[in-house]
Design a protein around this ligand. Structure first.
Ligand SMILES: *[C@@H]1O[C@H](CO)[C@@H](O)[C@H](O)[C@H]1NC(C)=O
Ligand SMILES: *[C@@H]1O[C@H](CO)[C@@H](O)[C@H](O)[C@H]1NC(C)=O
Length: 254
């Protein structure tokens, strides 16, 4: 299943808090929800609930077209509202008047927005006791939230030794995710991270260059520079010593 199809499977709930009465520490709340899970809104549903403190005692469900009560007070009010065709018609009408335009706006301006992830593959720190190496595949700044990260080893999907974080909200509508693969390196193998997201036409595959990982290359460069510097200092010291020693021999001290 592609990431695009996943998104449609999610129920979108637009919730509006209609009123809270908090005097005396009691909370009387009314909540409107517009629920849908398809782009064409054919399953659009309006739910209107009354709450007292943490108890929902009365609910209207547009699919049923009636009020239902969950406490004696709720049952009484449900019956009274259901007896009144004007109230029922008015509540039912909110689905078209209030939900449909808001849900359509949500689809047009928010749910269909797609931002491609920035994907990075790096060498992580392997945990002790497990495999000696770890790769981290990170996807940053993508939208929407739904994403799939998988690992391939020589074009075969790896299922074990993979640990992934949740999709983490950056707090600015974007998300990030990190998947960790623990492994024992084999020479000549190809390891890659595959990212599937609604913003990508095809899955994005990033391959790890196992020949010489970046930090190793840096270590070798620093080591080589250190060795050259060491040789220069040693040579300079040796030349200085030889010059001084010869000087002593040439000019006897008596
Ligand atoms: C509304 O009623 C329908 C039909 O009984 C049901 O399938 C649906 O789950 C209800 N919605 C909610 C949010 O309870
Ligand atoms: C609802 O209507 C029925 C039948 O007309 C009536 O017996 C009942 O008392 C009504 N209930 C409320 C809460 O108004």
């Amino acid at each position: 299943m592609s990431a695009t199809q996943h998104i449609i499977a999610v129920v979108v709930v637009l919730t509006t808090l209609l009123g809270v009465d908090g005097s005396n520490g009691y909370y009387q709340t009314r909540v409107s929800q517009c629920r849908f899970s398809s782009w064409d809104l054919k399953d659009l549903e309006y739910i209107y609930s009354h709450w007292f403190n943490k108890v929902e005692y009365l609910r209207f469900n547009s699919t049923v077209g009636k009020y239902v009560g969950y406490t004696p007070h709720g049952v009484y009010n449900a019956e009274r509202n259901n007896n009144d065709t004007a109230i029922l018609a008015q509540t039912q009408a909110a689905k078209e008047r209030y939900c449909r335009p808001n849900a359509q706006n949500e689809i047009n301006y928010i749910l269909t927005k797609k931002v491609e992830p920035i994907v990075k593959l790096s060498l992580g720190k392997a945990s002790s006791g497990g495999h000696p190496a770890m790769l981290v595949c990170s996807a940053y700044s993508f939208y929407p939230k739904m994403i799939k990260l998988t690992w391939n080893r020589d074009d075969q999907e790896v299922t074990g030794d993979v640990v992934s974080s949740e999709e983490l909200a950056d707090g600015d509508w974007y998300y990030q995710i990190h998947s960790h693969l623990q492994f024992t390196p084999k020479s000549g193998e190809k390891i890659s991270c595959v990212v599937e997201h609604a913003s990508l036409k095809d899955p994005l595959e990033i391959t790890w260059d196992s020949s010489t990982p970046e930090p190793e290359r840096n270590k070798i460069a620093i080591g080589a520079a250190g060795l050259v510097l060491g040789l220069i200092v040693t040579a300079a010291g040796f030349i200085y010593y030889r010059t001084k020693a010869r000087g002593r021999i040439l000019v006897p001290n008596n």
